[in-house]
Design a binder for this molecule. Structure first.
Ligand code: FAS
Ligand code: PHB
Length: 400
């Protein structure tokens, strides 16, 4: 084994495993509070910054980025959206957020851009952020000095911490630091996936369009006034290579079909990927000195645009708890962290399940099931109370 100087200090207050939105925002908030931390990210910077994922930021996430000094480009380039459109049975209905939620709205600003902004700030003036540093294990979760074991530069290293936060996503290792049987995971796997594309064509709608159709769900989103982001429901295991650009556009045309003269503009498709759909929650989100945040603790189907925003909410609650500990010595915030976050997580799980099962056509769906979906969508169009419940959940409930 080569012996090289460890790339990080031998110890820190908060060891953060994973440099996605949860880990990076937590590090940024801790740095602003003067709390020592370090981020270990398995992949390289380029990979992390180009990974196509979420596109919608809730008010709470935007507030957290602004308060941590990470929203300058977001405020310059982000697209503010006051509503979404639902389509079903060739009909369309717009949900207006500000009038139904007392002024809340959402921002279209891709997760890739949030990550780029946070990485740049972290490298410029934040706590250590180490790329190409896969964590193999976290030990000592039940002690007051948990240890992160990681590799970097061909050597193995350790980082002793007061606390370790697993921000390492659904396939991360931090959950394994907790003794068998101490965590409980609740899961639902959906019988379909999302086929996502990026296309160099201006979006054919100013706002997002969520479409139910007997052929399956479709979503029109965007990344900028010149780049469209679209998704269509496909069977699990679909291979993007089996779909030509023409077949994709034809299928999207059929699913967005609506009375009137609306047309879907086409353009060159620059990225294709298939994303499985699942719901998952691991409880509790804290065990001893190890805490879980973001996808390491919970996964939602992307229909409700909650994943990234839940991760941000966890980071905000956790940063507040660590600030309280540093300022007063009280662990009350840390002790309440899991319960505080799980209330919001389960609300988002239900909303994401609701949006998914109301708008997707399951493989074994009956005509009766479809009529129930139409009844629900008709109710949202007819009742401001039903519309407000959707708008409040979509635009984001207050954090913490
Ligand atoms: P992330 O998964 O983003 O980050 C975890 C990080 O930990 C990664 O960078 C990983 O490399 C690192 N890591 C893992 N194991 C490690 C180890 N052992 N050591 C060190 N580092 C390690 N949400 C939406 O709202 N809308 C969407 O459209 C949407 N699309 C998605 C598409 C895909 C393919 C996926 C997987 C998710 C999507 N999501 C979407 C959800 C997504 O945005 C997540 O909610 C968000 O990335 C959560 O952020 P993190 O919790 O930071 O986890
Ligand atoms: C996206 O733009 O990637 C996006 C938007 C809304 C969703 C899911 C994904 O519900």
């Amino acid at each position: 084994m080569t012996t090289t100087a460890p790339p990080l200090p031998a110890r820190t207050t908060v060891g953060i495993v994973g440099g996605g939105p949860a880990g990076l925002l937590l590090a940024r908030l801790l740095h602003r509070a003067g709390i020592d931390c370090a981020v270990l990210e398995a992949r390289d910077r380029a990979y992390v910054e180009q990974r196509q994922r979420a596109g919608i930021l809730e008010q709470g996430t935007v507030d957290a980025l602004r308060s941590s000094g990470a929203a300058e480009r977001l405020d310059r380039e982000g697209l503010v959206h006051d509503g979404i459109e639902l389509r079903w049975d060739r009909r369309a209905h717009r949900i207006d957020f500000p009038s139904l939620t007392g002024g809340r709205r959402v921002w279209v600003y891709a997760q890739t851009e949030v990550v780029k902004d946070l990485v740049a700030l972290q490298l410029r003036d934040g706590a250590p952020l180490l790329f190409d540093a896969p964590v193999s294990a976290v030990s000592g979760a039940g002690t007051d000095r948990p240890v992160v074991h990681y590799a970097h530069g061909g050597a193995e290293h350790t980082l002793a911490c007061d606390y370790v936060v697993g921000c390492d996503g659904y396939h991360g290792v931090t959950r394994k630091a907790v003794p068998e049987g101490e965590l409980r995971t609740f899961e639902r796997v959906y019988p379909y996936s999302w086929f996502g594309i990026l296309a160099d064509v201006p979006p054919s709608s100013d706002e997002l369009v969520y479409a139910h159709s007997p052929r399956g769900f479709a979503l029109l989103s965007m990344r900028s006034p010149r780049v469209s982001r679209l998704y269509l429901q496909v069977p699990g295991g679909t291979d993007p290579a089996d779909w030509s650009d023409e077949r994709i556009w034809d299928e999207l045309d059929a699913r967005f079909a609506v009375d009137g003269d609306w047309r879907l503009a086409r353009g060159p498709i620059t990225q294709k990927s298939v994303l499985p759909m699942r719901s998952s929650v691991t409880e509790p989100m804290r065990w001893g000195r190890v805490l879980l945040a973001g996808d390491a603790a919970h996964i939602v189907p992307p229909t409700g645009a909650k994943g990234l925003n839940l991760a941000a909410g966890d980071a905000v609650v956790l940063a507040r708890a660590f600030e309280e500990l540093a300022r007063t010595g009280s662990t009350a915030g840390l002790d309440a962290y899991s319960d505080t976050c799980l209330r919001r997580v389960w609300r988002a799980e239900h909303f994401s399940w609701f949006m998914t099962t109301t708008l997707h056509t399951a493989p074994d769906q009956s005509a009766f099931d479809t009529r129930l979906q139409f009844s629900q969508l008709d109710r949202i169009a007819a009742s401001p109370h039903a519309a407000a419940e959707l708008a409040l959940n979509y635009a984001g409930l207050p954090v913490g």
